[in-house]
Design a protein around this ligand. Structure first.
Ligand code: KIV
Ligand code: ZN
Length: 394
């Protein structure tokens, strides 16, 4: 069931990509300036609403990356991350100086564990810092995003107070992070609903969701938050990110598109660029995409079982819920292997230019099955060779 949504926001969900910031925080995924520029340009072209380009105070390299990305990006809002300090915020704004549209994203932890051990600050001091940081950011730009880090493990009473102060201080987007990937879909939705019920003025700002994948629920949690009224999803290409990663952009976007009947939301993403983005991020970071990864895995549109191949050849809808072209692939892939049946084998032969009579076909099919028992995948060249053998023996 989709909750009533604020009229101003309608059904449009903003896509906030943090591949270059949270994604790069993934151990071993660091990228050069040139690689970041390539990724940012593609994200802009594919319709990402906001690109989080880095954490400018973190290093000279991050500052330069945000600054150079800000200079070239034409349509997306370019965002820089900062802690709740004037120095961080000023540095982020300096990096965004040339952005057509720049956003400051400032955050501070609000969970009891983080406040006591990480920040060593009292809740009252945290509230003071929220007011100071957000109002300072608002003196620089009218696009200010605020996040309560570890939001999903924060006490509700305190979270309501913190979000209220952030909005009163001028935040225009409130992002709720599930920093350690701890929440579950029902709880994710309930948290957004609770905030919408209890925080005055929250429906005048954009509510955002930022989910990590430690329990494999990041995408489900993000979509549940949207159903409860969030209208921005923070995500990364291929789900790259700290530890088990972030919600995957390609998954949230395609889920809302394919299941628009139950998730009636739209994004501005040109989905036909998804494969290109996935391959670029994988090549640049050296992080392979797992074969069975939803949407962009090598096997996502591949079919080997004979029953599935036969069904696919009769009607693609039998075993595919979206068209490969919609994510930028030219066609589905019928993988020839030991599970393939006669129908797929005959189709493959026709594709390869062979028109065999019944006997030759049966002979070639027996040879193919024998080969497929020995090899994981039978390639076109293997089939060409075995057809030649079958013909020679005729
Ligand atoms: O996971 C997290 O809490 C973050 C914040 C900085 C938004 O990445
Ligand atoms: Zn994060």
């Amino acid at each position: 069931m989709t909750d009533r949504i604020p009229p101003a926001d309608q059904d449009r969900v903003k896509i906030f990509d943090t591949t270059l910031r949270d994604g790069e925080q993934s151990p071993g995924a660091s990228m050069t300036l040139d690689e970041k520029l390539q990724i940012a340009t593609l994200l802009d072209e594919m319709g990402v609403d906001i690109i989080e380009a880095g954490f400018p105070i973190a290093s000279e390299g991050d500052f330069e990356a945000v600054s150079e990305i800000a200079k070239v990006i034409q349509n997306s809002v370019v965002c820089g991350l900062s802690r709740a300090s004037k120095r961080d915020i000023d540095r982020a704004w300096e990096a965004l100086a040339h952005a057509k549209r720049g956003r400051i994203h400032t955050f501070i932890s609000t969970s009891p564990l983080h406040m006591e051990y990480k920040l060593q600050l009292s809740p009252a001091k945290v509230i003071e810092k929220i007011a100071e940081s957000v109002s300072h950011a608002r003196t620089l730009t009218d696009d200010v995003q605020w996040s309560p880090e570890d939001g999903t493990r924060s006490e509700h009473e305190f979270l309501v107070e913190a979000v209220t102060v952030a909005i009163q201080s001028g935040a225009t987007t409130i992002n709720i992070p599930d920093t350690v990937g701890y929440t579950a879909p029902g709880e994710s939705a309930a948290l957004i609903r609770m905030l919408r019920e209890r925080v005055k003025g929250i429906d005048a700002v954009t509510i955002s969701t930022h989910c990590h994948n430690d329990l494999g629920m990041a995408v489900a949690n993000a979509l549940a938050a949207v159903q409860a009224g969030a209208r921005q999803i923070e995500c990364t290409i291929n789900g790259l990110g700290e530890r088990a990663g972030n919600a995957a952009l390609e998954e949230v976007v395609m889920a809302m598109r394919v299941r628009n009947d139950i998730m009636p939301f739209r994004t501005g993403i040109d989905t036909t660029r998804i494969m290109q983005a996935s391959r670029l991020v994988s090549n640049v970071t050296g992080f392979p995409v797992q074969f069975n990864k939803a949407i962009v895995g090598k096997n996502a549109f591949a079919h080997e079982s004979g029953i599935h191949q036969d069904g696919m050849l009769k009607h693609a809808g039998t075993y595919e819920i979206m068209r490969p072209e919609d994510v930028g692939l030219s066609e589905s892939n019928l993988v020839m292997g030991k599970h393939s049946g006669r129908h797929a084998f005959r189709t493959k032969l026709t594709e390869l230019g062979f028109d065999l009579g019944d006997n030759a076909f049966e002979d070639a099919f027996v040879r193919f099955k024998a080969l497929a028992d020995r090899k994981k995948e039978v390639f076109d060249d293997d089939i060409i060779a075995l057809v030649s053998e079958a013909k020679a023996d005729e």
